[in-house]
Design a protein around this ligand. Sequence first.
Ligand SMILES: [Ca+2]
Ligand SMILES: [Cu+2]
Length: 362
Amino acid sequence: MRFPRTPLAALALLPVLVLLPCAAPAPAGGQADAPKLNPNKPPGPAPEGMVWIPGGEFYMGIAKEQLPRGLPAAHHFRDAWPVHKVYVDGFWMDRTEVTNEQFAQFVKATGHVTHAERKPDPRDFPGVPADKVPKEPFSVVFVMPKGQDKELEPLSWWKVVPGACWKHPEGPGSDLTGRGKHPVVHVAWEDAAAYAKWAGKRLPTEAEWEFAARGGLDRKLYAWGDEQKPGGKWQCNVWQGTFPTTNTAEDGFAGLAPVASFPANGYGLHDMAGNAWEWCADFYRADYYEDSPARNPRGPATSHDPFDPGIVKRVVRGGSFLCADNYCMRYLPGARNKAEPTSTASHTGFRCVMELTQAGKK
Ligand SMILES: [Ca+2]
Ligand SMILES: [Cu+2]
């Protein structure tokens, strides 16, 4: 990672405007080009904590016209078009983000030491002078800044905290008491991949993730439909108020929420929007949708982030409790984001999938 940059680094440079509460409906899909879902017949009993995602065709991405009018950062979604039809095979997926309890079992069984618990390696900080690389293990923690929004330094809400890691989410003085069911965070891509391997699973591809997040709906803006707050109720744990200085926690949670605190989507998956960002298997390329395979895309061979050329990125999906309409609305099922695989932060976790060929192997 590029100290002290974070997965959200690029956003800081953007002006913050007010979002008009006016969501345009998704363009109607003509019957002729409606995607075909596979019949939802699970091939067997679900592995514990997982649900069957039938696979089939879907439209991946977000059309520009679908975005709420006046969205301050419409260019966040530039990498999410063109909308294109993709087919994915069926798979099992974790109902929830991997929790601290689950991650603790993995650590107990394997002795895994996460990236954030290890001495920083200057090779993980291209472009940072070696003497500026922190000497002690650290992770990046969101701390609500004081002061007026307009006076804030970009990204001043991200703090490099020595000793912060999955079991000390705010640093050495904090622990997991009462947070067993929270999503594990402060995990790097390799930590997530190691957990998945141990569990007899793998990380989802970006296409699998989005197919699953859409819950069987076709080209909807939200994982649950067209409306942000059906019946006036928040459907996921994001940020209400003006990010980053006012968090009204109207959805009930100022920080992370225990997994499955909000309703499941059409496939029985919780928190595919908000709570914690989720690592995907794929490398990130902003232009990948322009010529990605139509069947089971597995991501590009190399990564490219035009905001950060030369820095390798993996895909993260789903947004987090820090997503706010005035700043980063990327908790939409079609929205993409990226992070350096060695970066860790207080809003990034993961969940796993299992292919049929993996089922019963563990
Ligand atoms: Ca919240
Ligand atoms: Cu966001």
